[in-house]
Write a protein that binds this ligand. Structure first.
Ligand code: ADP
Length: 261
């Protein structure tokens, strides 16, 4: 039997992700470029995912785009909202998932999932940078640390500094003032993670949190945020090394389903 190849493309606000699936279950290639919609990021991610598995666009049986900038690619076979794609990927990776917390570059979403893996309800914050990856990106810049160092720094914290402002701009001033008072960077980082966790848990409580809880999106790569959210919700949170690829993975899974139909 001939193999079926499907591609999922997630054109995010800050990063472009692609996944190629073989026969709807085996990930044979993935790519991530740290620039999103309105840049060359999506084209570079597509080129790289094909190159890695030595296939061409013409070898793809079905291509599906998702994410904030999905409308910017007009040659795909179909498009789908990232809500459905994140739900799909979470169910594929963790069959017992009932709640997905997806924190991306400019929004945060909490999804409720049925036993069959269908999206049943959601809450979303796309109005304010607080509680999103953008908040962490801004804070990392002020602290002059890399985004991937936040996790290690927060683990070193011995005294949590409370960041009381919910607004990113005011929180930025608060962090600058803490730096001026010689507070330890690791304690400030822990406070920043707690702030994100507080915002997102408020969102989660609007739709209810039921086990198993899975975190997807780029911010799931930061275990410091995952730990703060676990503390805030009082629940274990499952993450996968594919967390940031979840939108693309869900898109590739839907592409397979659509091709089979
Ligand atoms: P989008 O789909 O909106 O582009 P993503 O789900 O790709 O967003 O997440 C992007 C966010 O992930 C960034 O804003 C950043 O805060 C976070 N992030 C990216 N890489 C890392 C990393 N190595 N460690 C921690 N956080 C990261």
């Amino acid at each position: 039997m001939e193999n079926i190849y499907t591609m999922g493309i997630d054109v995010g606000s800050t990063a472009s992700k692609c996944i190629i699936l073989k026969n709807g279950k085996e990930i044979i290639s993935k790519s991530l470029v740290d620039s999103g919609t309105g840049t060359t990021g999506p084209a570079r991610a597509i080129e790289s995912v094909l190159k890695d598995c030595d296939l061409t666009k013409e070898d793809m049986n079905y291509i599906l785009a998702t994410g904030y900038g999905r409308n910017s690619i007009d040659w795909v076979d179909a498009e789908m909202s990232e809500l459905s794609c994140h739900a799909k990927a979470a169910h594929f990776l963790f069959p017992n998932v009932r709640t997905v917390i997806d924190i991306g570059g400019q929004d945060a979403k909490v999804l409720r999932i049925s036993e069959q893996g269908m999206l049943t309800n959601f809450a979303m914050n796309d109005k304010c940078a607080a509680g999103t990856g953008r908040f962490l990106d801004v804070m990392a810049r002020i602290l002059e640390v890399n985004i991937d160092d936040l996790e290690v720094l927060s683990a070193q914290s011995t005294k949590v500094i409370n960041i009381s402002s919910t607004c990113t701009v005011f929180a930025e001033s608060e962090v600058i003032s803490q730096l001026a008072h010689d507070s330890q960077i690791c304690d400030i980082v822990k406070g920043i993670h707690r702030s994100v966790a507080g915002r997102v848990s408020g969102l989660a409580k609007r739709v209810g949190v039921e086990d198993d809880v899975v975190m997807s999106g780029g911010v799931a790569r930061n275990k410091g945020v995952v730990t703060s959210l676990e503390e805030e919700l009082g629940k274990k949170i499952h993450t996968s090394p594919l967390a940031q690829y979840s939108g693309a993975l869900g898109a590739a899974l839907f592409a397979y389903q659509k091709f089979k139909k």
